[in-house]
Design a protein around this ligand. Structure first.
Ligand code: SF4
Length: 455
């Protein structure tokens, strides 16, 4: 695997502040201009390119790579951003190894695939660094006013596309800063130098989008009021609540949600100030579990153990992410499910039951084991939360907001996208695509019905 090497206690005992800061430096070194041109030359510019089909936002990859090769880097960024306005974040956090780069035909030779993610980052970063005028223009004012709930990737992608189409958009966001998981929920070493906010500033440079912070649905912000004041509403709230893990000891100090831990790290100007246990257990098998486990190592935990109830091939974290964790010193304990947290007044151990498959069903065995720990981070997934859908009268399917093929919910005039609808993988790139497609579909409907027409 490529990428940085995490320094651990094994390297130097107690980690110094400088080592912790270095651990949170950029995971991947960006390509230089010359490296980008050389890498672009490896592309075969395939007809009906499989890499494009593997990209949820269908970026025209051969075209943007050709533009890099011929020195038109601004043009390449426009190609990327016309399909994915958050192409900078996606270049950093997309699991390219199971999307475009897995599909790259160069894999059929003995060579590594074209580094599509790094090339995409090179283009977008280059355009953003110039700080020139926004590369897209708004259509003439449509007269329609739209509300968006949630300033995460889906909401912001929707807002940008809707504004391009001539609508005025107001985005209501619970948190102080916009960005959702891009700002608060990703490993800090993937999004250095406040990139999430830089990308949002760029996105807002289009105009026609207003963000109102500190506004959450059901907490002073009501769907009925928005439907009265706006022509349509888009919901992109993600999955706001951690999935419950109701086992004894859950309330012990030291047991916490992994996303809260990640958020603390993201919000801390000095990462060394974030508290980490000496022995940390992380429960879960997705990328959030990996982000939490690796960052615990980055902060200087002595021992980090990632516990998952199935095997590594069943983990939703990609093989690359798993290797990052393993090479950073994270130990894996597989086929184990948590049954209790132990301790008197503070966490002292996590108890697990061995698991196995019995006729295809995951089953807990009698065998128990304890891992001594003073911190346990729970990363077993997120849920929509009961209040949002119930209080709003939205139909729910499979724990997510139910939508049709055009992102319409069960309520007229209300659309939804991103993780809260579960349209595919819970990936940033899928949320961006949902927001874009919902805006395009809604625009068609608004123009068909006209101002003041029935929803
Ligand atoms: Fe280039 Fe690989 Fe895509 Fe073909 S599949 S266009 S070689 S990046």
């Amino acid at each position: 695997m490529t990428g940085k090497r995490i320094r651990t206690r094994g390297d130097e005992g107690e980690l110094s502040r400088a080592s912790i800061a270095a651990n949170f430096g950029d995971l991947h070194a960006p390509l230089s201009e010359a490296q980008a041109v050389v890498e672009a030359a490896r592309c075969l510019y395939c007809y009906d390119a499989p890499c494009v089909r593997a990209c949820p936002t269908a970026i025209d990859i051969p075209t943007f790579i050709h533009q890099i090769r011929t020195g038109n880097v601004d043009g390449s960024a426009r190609t990327i951003l016309s399909a994915n306005i958050m192409g900078g974040t996606c270049a950093r956090v997309c699991p390219t190894e199971v999307l475009c780069e897995e599909a790259c035909v160069v894999n059929h030779t003995e060579d590594a695939p074209v580094k599509i993610g790094l090339l995409q980052r090179h283009s977008v970063d280059s355009l953003l660094a110039k700080g020139g005028p926004h590369p897209f223009r708004r259509a003439p004012d449509s007269g329609f006013r739209l509300a968006v709930i949630g300033a995460g990737p889906a909401g912001l992608s929707f807002a940008h596309r809707a504004s391009m189409l001539g609508h005025h958009v107001t985005v209501f966001e619970r948190d102080e800063k916009p960005g959702g998981l891009n700002e608060y929920g990703l490993a800090a070493y993937k999004m250095v130098d406040d990139f999430a906010q830089a990308e949002i500033s760029f996105l807002l440079g289009l105009g026609g989008i207003e963000i109102r912070a500190g506004k959450a649905l059901g907490e002073g912000l009501e769907l009925a009021d928005l439907l009265r004041d706006y022509d349509a509403v888009f919901i992109g709230v993600g999955l706001a609540r951690p999935a419950p893990l109701d086992i004894p000891g859950r309330a012990l100090p030291g047991v916490r949600d992994a996303l809260d831990f990640i958020r603390d790290i993201r919000c801390a100007p000095d990462k060394a100030s974030v508290k980490v246990g000496r022995s940390v257990v992380v429960i879960g098998g997705g990328n959030t579990a990996i982000d939490a486990a690796v960052q615990a190592q980055c902060l200087g935990a002595e021992q980090v153990t990632l516990v998952y109830r199935r095997g590594r091939t069943e983990m939703s974290a990609t093989g690359w992410e798993q290797e990052l964790a393993a090479s950073s010193g994270v130990a894996f304990r597989l086929w184990s499910a948590p049954v209790a947290f132990k301790g008197e007044g503070a966490l002292a151990a996590a108890e697990f039951a061995a698991t196995r498959l019995v006729e295809g069903t995951l089953t807990l065995c009698e065998q128990r084991a304890q891992i001594p720990c003073d911190m346990a981070l729970i990363a077993i997934g997120q849920t929509l939360g009961e209040t949002l859908a119930a209080a709003s009268g939205l139909a729910v399917k499979g724990g997510r907001i139910a939508v049709d093929a055009n992102y319409r919910t069960s309520l007229p005039g209300v659309y939804a996208g991103g993780d809260c609808i579960g349209s595919g993988e819970d990936l940033t790139v899928q949320a961006v695509e949902d927001g874009k497609r919902a805006a395009i579909g809604l625009d068609r409907e608004l123009r068909a019905r006209g101002k003041g027409g029935r929803r």
